[in-house]
Design a protein around this ligand. Structure first.
Ligand SMILES: [Mg+2]
Length: 322
């Protein structure tokens, strides 16, 4: 069915009928602005992402339902990375003339399913005709009790560097897609439907355990680099401590890919060494591996230590390491 038969307002109405308003909504979709309360003494967290067809995604590598899921999950992941609770979703869609109602429905089904998974309510958006491919703009707002949100700037020398889940799975799937090879579905899920670690982020913020935190979108080394830059310190990471999944190893994934590959959407955080003992209980409670992989040092820069614990691999030479 041609989208033009529905019209812009028809499309918005179609989406609105499939959403449940947030309990915090004063006025939802249909007015000039969404109007919300926040829980008492909470601060607002806002993040947005722009996804362009041909730049950030390819229609032949991903279906629209997964694209809908992922576009919501990556924004929820940013709220998780601050230790917040995701609450409101805003969706902007630029649609090519060839887009059909069925395609928009598939995208919306994925986006709304993921929103529901994280307790996020669609609270507004906009649609228009795109001159070329799909344009997807997603904004997610969340909140955290005042003073609890965790930034990238709090890491201090002596802190432990820790990462959730496993590294490199998503990058391995992308690498195979680029070679026109398919992957087994558990690994493929890690790329097409990445998790947002909301419960972990909240728990770390609530306990005041994380001194700095970021979600892994650009890759372990690059994202740790963001923490180091903002915190004004350096880090030593033991490469043989990096958590690699059995499926990743079996499929030939390398340590280099785990360090440089993006889109894991795990949380990378630092914590005081004296509180490292609290990690195992938290990991057990959340049923999610939390792996210490290194420490924060005063000297700037990221040192990647090989298995013998001595040989420092300069980042610039890392491309030759395999
Ligand atoms: Mg982020």
């Amino acid at each position: 069915v041609k989208l033009s038969s529905l019209g812009e307002f028809g499309l918005i109405d179609r989406l609105r009928r499939r959403t449940t308003p947030s309990p915090l909504a004063v006025r939802g979709i249909g007015d000039d602005c969404a109007q919300h309360r926040l829980p008492p003494d909470e601060e607002l967290l806002t993040t947005m992402d722009l996804l362009l067809e041909g730049v950030h995604f390819r229609r032949d590598w991903t279906d629209l339902e997964h694209l809908g899921r992922k576009s919501v999950a990556v924004n929820v992941s940013d709220i998780a990375a601050m230790g917040g609770t995701p609450r409101f979703l805003y969706l902007g869609l630029g649609l090519p003339a060839t887009a059909t109602v069925e395609e928009v429905d598939a995208f919306a089904a994925g986006a709304l399913a993921e929103a529901e998974r994280y307790g996020v309510a669609l609270a507004g958006g906009d649609t228009c005709r795109s001159a070329s491919g799909w344009v997807i703009a997603v904004t997610v707002e969340g909140s955290a009790p005042a003073g609890q949100a965790v930034g990238r700037d709090g890491a201090r020398p002596g802190d432990i560097v820790c990462v959730s889940g496993s590294l490199g799975d998503s990058a391995l799937v992308l690498q195979r897609l680029q070679r026109n090879e398919s992957m087994s579905s558990p690994l493929a899920q890690r790329h097409h439907a990445p998790p947002a670690r909301v419960a972990l982020g909240r728990a770390l913020a609530q306990a005041g355990l994380a001194t700095a935190m970021i979600d892994l979108s650009d890759g372990f080394a690059a994202d740790l680099g963001h923490i180091l830059e903002q915190s004004g310190c350096g880090a030593e990471v033991e490469l043989d401590q990096l958590p690699l999944s059995a499926a990743f190893r079996a499929a030939g994934g390398t340590v280099e890919l785990a360090v440089t590959g993006g889109e894991d959407y795990e949380l990378l955080f630092t914590l005081p060494a004296a509180r490292q003992g609290e990690l195992s209980g938290l990991a057990q409670r959340l049923n999610l591996p939390l792996t210490p992989v290194g420490r924060i040092v005063a000297a700037p820069g990221l040192q990647l230590l090989a298995a013998d614990g001595r040989r420092a691999l300069p980042q610039g030479g890392f491309n030759h390491f395999g």
